[in-house]
Design a protein around this ligand. Structure first.
Ligand code: URA
Length: 432
């Protein structure tokens, strides 16, 4: 086979065979295909798209390009969840214990955050001593014991995707639905789950700003998962504003613990329960979402899920005392208010800017090797639909540094106001 023929066929809108896609990924992984040809291929896909069969072939080949977790020693249907990334999204910390409390094994591989969205592992490390580096044997043991474990992503998971993604990042080809869908799903397949619930975000803080695009991405990922024998479904949720009221690692864990106590904000509670209910269905414990929801609400209300959180944190070396006494979480030296620059109903929030502001306070990384300040972050006092008067507090910065004027300005600029009332946005648009 010649790469130039594959590129030309894709450019001209033909469907590539499984053999052609397999050959391309294997040869590219070995270094036999130069980046300029792989870039041309990605650009051809960007313009011509891919059929469902092509995307599935790309997924399976990238999934098989490195380590693949063998979770067969874990009893039960392993259900994974993936979010396409959002600001203040701490749902994994809530639905992990919720689903595990239903006796459904959750074996979660997770990453660290980069840029405006935080990673689950960074959040969990707000528990002193929490450890996510473990070998497969320990991971399997912990899931069998607690029904829940979170491990750092293996260094060699889907190297072909890593290589292709880096190239897409610098060639204007990230934003292609089949390429995103196969990239995400290759990692989920390699991570070994039997069933997958996807939370596809749309809005100002999401990768897919527009609902129609988010739906297409969700459909593409669900089709890939199901065609590869992983029961897969997707929820499409709003990310026009951060989820909950807190952005930043320890602050988000605290809010997640509040939610597991039944005292969380409505949007965070609702999304966590919805996703967990779907996981209960895919995990074989409920026949439909309503039954799943009943089961999930039960383990939330009777404290089982909160106990599960403590057991999980302790088992991974963390100090679980802050779950009972949130004052023990790392806290920042200063809390600085951000006043509203205008009066009116909050009509729009640029969620990505709030995420960037939290990162600048030390809650996230601008570069891979940056060190995180677990205590730093932002507490929102107003979200879309709320009325604020000029000078009233919009947000509070939790901070251990002095030079924060630019961050305060950024938070102010993330808000827009309207003189007339604004409806609260819908949280969940659809499920596929
Ligand atoms: N996230 C991924 O993992 N892959 C993409 O292509 C885009 C976002």
């Amino acid at each position: 086979m010649r790469m130039v023929d594959i590129i030309s066929r894709k450019r001209d809108g033909f469907e590539l065979s499984e053999e052609e896609i397999t050959w391309f990924i294997q040869a590219y992984s070995k270094g036999d295909i130069p980046d300029y040809q792989a870039s041309a291929f990605a650009m051809a896909v960007f313009f011509q798209g891919m059929t469902q069969q092509e995307a599935a072939a790309l997924t399976i080949e990238m999934a098989g390009s490195g380590d693949q977790l063998d979770l067969s020693a874990i009893d039960g249907i392993k259900v994974d969840k993936h979010s396409t990334g959002g600001v203040g999204d701490k749902t994994t910390l809530i639905l992990g214990p919720l689903v595990a409390a239903l006796d459904i094994p959750v074996a979660k591989m997770s990453g660290r955050g980069l840029g405006h969205t935080g990673g689950t592992i960074d959040k969990l490390e707000a528990f002193e001593g929490f450890r996510t580096e473990m070998d497969q044997e320990e991971f399997v043991h912990l899931v069998n014991k607690n029904k829940l474990a979170v491990a750092g992503q293996s260094g060699n998971l889907t190297p072909a995707d890593k290589k292709l993604y880096s190239l897409r990042d610098v060639t204007g080809t990230v934003n292609s639905i089949p390429l995103i869908a196969s990239s995400v799903m290759s990692k989920k397949i390699a991570a070994g789950a039997d069933a997958i619930v996807l939370d596809v975000k749309t809005g100002s803080g999401a990768f897919m700003e527009h609902l129609e695009e988010a739906k297409k991405l969700a459909r593409a990922m669900v089709d890939i998962g199901n065609s590869l024998n992983r029961r897969t479904m997707a929820v499409i949720s709003n990310m026009d504003q951060p989820l909950g009221y807190f952005v930043g690692n320890a602050l988000e864990v605290k809010e997640a613990v509040d939610t597991l106590r039944g005292n969380g904000p409505e949007d965070l509670h609702e999304l966590s329960v919805t996703l967990a209910s779907h996981m209960a269905v895919l995990g074989g414990k409920a026949s439909d979402e309503q039954e799943g929801r009943r089961l999930v609400e039960n383990v939330l209300n009777d404290g089982t899920a909160l106990e599960k959180m403590k057991q999980f944190v302790k088992s991974q070396g963390g100090d679980s005392a802050p779950v009972d006494n949130p004052d023990l979480f790392p806290s920042a030296q200063k809390q600085v208010e951000v006043p509203a620059a205008d009066s009116g109903y909050v009509s729009r929030m640029q969620a990505a800017r709030i995420g960037q502001a939290a990162m600048m306070l030390g809650a996230g990384r601008a570069a891979k090797d940056d060190v995180i300040d677990y205590a730093a972050g932002i507490e929102l006092k107003a979200k879309i639909g709320d009325y604020v008067a000029e000078g009233e507090t919009l947000a509070v910065m939790h901070v251990n540094q002095d030079d924060i004027k630019a961050v305060s300005d950024m938070i102010q600029q993330a808000y827009s106001f309207s003189p007339s009332e604004v409806e609260k946005p819908e949280l969940i648009y659809d499920s596929i």
